[in-house]
Each structure stands twice: as C-alpha cells, then as structure tokens.
Design a binder for this molecule. Structure first.
Ligand code: SAM
Ligand code: FES
Length: 346
C-alpha cells in the first residue's frame, strides 16, 4: 500500500495496524512527511486556529536519583554543579511568568528532590497567588499517594514521558533498577486521579526501531494522553550515550504530524530539543501540527546547569527575551501566542 493511502487511512479511521505502522516507518520519504504535515496543520488549525499555547517551565533542580543512560543530569554525572531553587525562588519565577502572560507553569526537576509535602505546598501557593493559572508537574515517577497529594494541592497536569512503549527497548535506555511496568503504572494512576496527562518519547533514542515507534503509536491510540511530548534524542557528552547519533529532525516532524492526525485534539509541543536540533525547529514543528511552546522561566543563573543534552538553546536568555523571541517567531509563520491556561478540550 502506498504511504499516502496509509496516512489517509489514519486520518479517517484514527487507527493503523502494527504492520501498517512498521511499513510506514520503514519506507516513508520526504514527500510522505510533507503530505502528513499538511493534514496535521489543517487538523490543528480546525481546532486551535492560529493560536499557540505557551507554558513557562521552571526547571527547579537538576538533582536526580535516577541514572537514565541518555540524560545529562543523571546521578552519575560528576561534571555538573547541582542546584535546587528555594520555594521563594520558584514562586518568583512564576510571578515573573505571570507578568509575561503565562497562565500555565510547569515545574520540572530530576526525580525525588523535595519531600512530597514540600511540592504540595509550592503547588498550593502558586494556585493561591495565581488562581487563573494551571500548574503542571514533571517530577518523574512517584507512588499513587504522592500523586494524589499533589492533585489535591491543586496540580492540574502531569508530564511523564513513557520514553518507549516497548519494554525491551526501555531496558536498553535505563538501568536495571528502573522498571517500564512502573512507569506505565504511573501514567495510568495519573489519569485515574484526574490529571491531564502527557506521555512522550525521544525520536531516535539508541536502539529505537520501527517496531518501537509502532508500539508508541499504538500506545498513544490506546492510552489517549492529553499531551504528547516528542523531541529528537540529542547526545550529552557526559552520558553512556555520548557517541550515539542524534535523532532525525525530519522523523521528529513526521511523528508530530502523525500524532496530530491520530489524536486531533492533543496538546502537542514543539519542543526545545526540536529547536536545538534545527534553528527553525519550533516554527516547523508548529507547521507540522504542534500547538504548544514551552519556554524556560528558570533564573538565567541556573539554566546552563539543566543541560539534558549538549548545546541546549535559550540557556543564556532572560525569560522576557525568550517570550519576545517566540512571539516574533510565531508571527513570522502567521501564528499568535494566546494568553490562556490552554486546557485540553474534546
Ligand atoms: N525527572 C522527570 C522525568 O523523568 O520525567 C523530568 C525531567 S526529564 C530530564 C524530562 C525529559 O527529558 C525526559 O522524559 C526525556 O525524554 C528528556 N531527555 C532527557 N535526556 C535527553 C536527551 N539526551 N535528548 C533529548 N531528550 C532528553
Ligand atoms: Fe533523572 Fe534525567 S536521569 S531527570
């Protein structure tokens, strides 16, 4: 079957078989990618118009208990000055973000930094200071009771990339003490607790095959995340994967489009990694169906220390500079930033 026929089938039936997905990933070309991008862009525009939602990320600590082989802030990286913002610093990043028009704050860090109660307290204070804003957490794997506590404190959304829906692949990206089943259970628990949930992958992570990508697409179809975070894998010099090739820019764009076609309403960021691999990555991500951008609100002094991969962009800029830069970038392709919480809607 011709790949455009497969893409049309995905568009009308919102489903492909595993064999069809594998065929598509084994044989796609630039023409297929642009064809999918056209459908995806129209789909996003029919739901979100030319509006782009923004979320301000506060990367509040680079301390982590995990040792993911791909990640620059893994615990075994000794060449990194570790930091952790205070509660007041986090709150003032959010205050500054609010002035800049952000209505969603994403708190991200390595895993298990603050005590669960401390996180709940910060979430509660952000919601108290800015009741019209959404709070997203991206703090890794926790137990049900902790997710419940944070939800009760007011957290609205949670980002936890599943990284790969293929258990064998997961084992090649993570040390033995990390479990694919636990990560998947976390996603299920988050959904059950009423969070808007984000899953996602790195495109071109080491050992990823077309079958892995097929498994990811089938997982998205079945789990129906509200958000999907997709960016290229980019090597970091102090990790076991330092000599691995980076992921493909074009395949990342293609996957963004396929996700948009599969789940038309999904909140889909054009990620920082996409902007790092190509200077026009975030613009082209939007033109391939993305509708969210997540600029950094962390204090400039710590940005270079949250280096997940080499050459990460925007690490020297002030939050206001990033905000202005994105506004211009979006305007250059006919889109505009919308000041709103930007919730998922069916
Ligand atoms: N600790 C939280 C967690 O594990 O979900 C949030 C922080 S973690 C650094 C956020 C995401 O960064 C990961 O889910 C992973 O997909 C992405 N990431 C880490 N290292 C990367 C790399 N070398 N290239 C691209 N993305 C990377
Ligand atoms: Fe923990 Fe990357 S290994 S955030």
């Amino acid at each position: 079957m011709n790949n455009k026929v497969l893409i049309d089938k995905l568009n009308t039936q919102k489903h492909l078989s595993k064999t069809e997905w594998i065929t598509l990933f084994d044989t796609w070309d630039e023409d297929d990618r642009l064809y999918a991008a056209g459908i995806a862009k129209d789909t996003a525009q029919s739901i979100y118009g030319n509006k782009i939602y923004i979320r301000g990320i506060v990367e509040f600590s680079n301390i982590c208990r995990n040792d993911c082989y791909y990640c620059g802030i893994r615990k075994s990286n000794p060449n990194l000055q570790r930091y952790c913002l205070t509660e007041d610093e986090i709150l003032s990043c959010c205050d500054e973000g609010y002035e800049l028009g952000f209505r969603t704050f994403v708190l991200q860090s390595g895993e298990h930094i603050f005590k669960p109660e401390q996180v709940a307290e910060v979430v509660g204070k952000i919601k108290q200071n800015h009741p019209d804003c959404a709070v997203t957490l991206s703090l890794g794997e926790e137990e049900y009771a902790t997710y419940k506590l944070w939800r009760k404190a007011g957290a609205d959304r949670y980002l936890l990339r599943h990284e790969t829906a293929n258990e064998e692949h997961y084992k090649k990206l993570h040390p033995a003490e990390m479990s694919w089943a636990h990560r998947m259970a976390c996603l299920k628990n988050l959904k059950e607790l009423g969070y808007q949930v984000g899953a996602g992958i790195m495109v071109g992570s080491p050992y990823q095959t077309s079958e892995c990508l097929a498994d990811d697409m089938m997982f998205f179809e079945q789990f129906r995340p509200h958000m999907i975070g997709i960016g290229p894998f980019l090597p970091h010099k102090d990790t076991p994967f330092k000599d691995e090739p980076k992921g493909s820019y074009e395949l990342t764009l293609f996957l963004l489009s396929l996700c948009r076609i599969l789940l038309p309403n999904v909140l889909l960021p054009a990620t920082t990694a996409l902007g790092t691999i190509n200077p026009r990555g975030r613009e082209e991500g939007v033109l391939a169906g993305a509708n969210v951008i997540m600029p950094n609100l962390s204090p400039t002094a710590v940005r270079k220390k949250y280096m997940l991969y080499d050459n990460k962009i925007c690490t020297g800029d002030e939050s206001a500079q990033c905000r202005g830069c994105l506004e211009r970038r979006m305007e250059s392709i006919g889109y505009e930033i919308k000041i709103s919480r930007g919730d998922y809607h069916d």
